[in-house]
Write a protein that binds this ligand. Sequence first.
Ligand SMILES: [Zn+2]
Length: 181
Amino acid sequence: MHDSGYRSQGVAAAVALVNAATVPGADASDEALRALLRAHGFRWSELDEAGARRLRAWGRNLRPLFETGELREAVDLLNRLMLRTPMHPHLSAHDGEPLHLHFAPPSARLPDRFRATTLMRLAELLAEHGLTRTGVCAAGGCGRVYADTSRGGRRRFCSASCANRTNVAAFRSRRAGPGDI
Ligand SMILES: [Zn+2]
């Protein structure tokens, strides 16, 4: 079960951007990035070409967090990025939603808001769970990253289809193994 609300949404936005910006063959066009922002609750109409470039660069900056097995490295990366990202906490109650905290004011440009939000949500996830909730998909040849904000936190794949494909392959190789002869 996924928890709801801003926290998991910020983490999911980070994952989607890393996958769009760094996985060979993924769609990181301006239009795809607008769809990604829309899907994760960011206002997108202001995203221009320069903003899209900054978002792709941000995806590349975040990828090492999902790849590293060293907590120290992940902490250093996030601390470095937090020092480079201007943040101004802002309480918001827009669109009839309950009062909640943003990490950049509405006046901040979209890439800056996106950076502040994804960074803080990933930092919270790391502070709470270490590196047990982030990683690269365990399916061979996939290369997409994932983050697990569910209660159980046992995720190892980017998607159900990668999990199924891998489980079916493992089942077949067991069936064909010497133990069955
Ligand atoms: Zn996968």
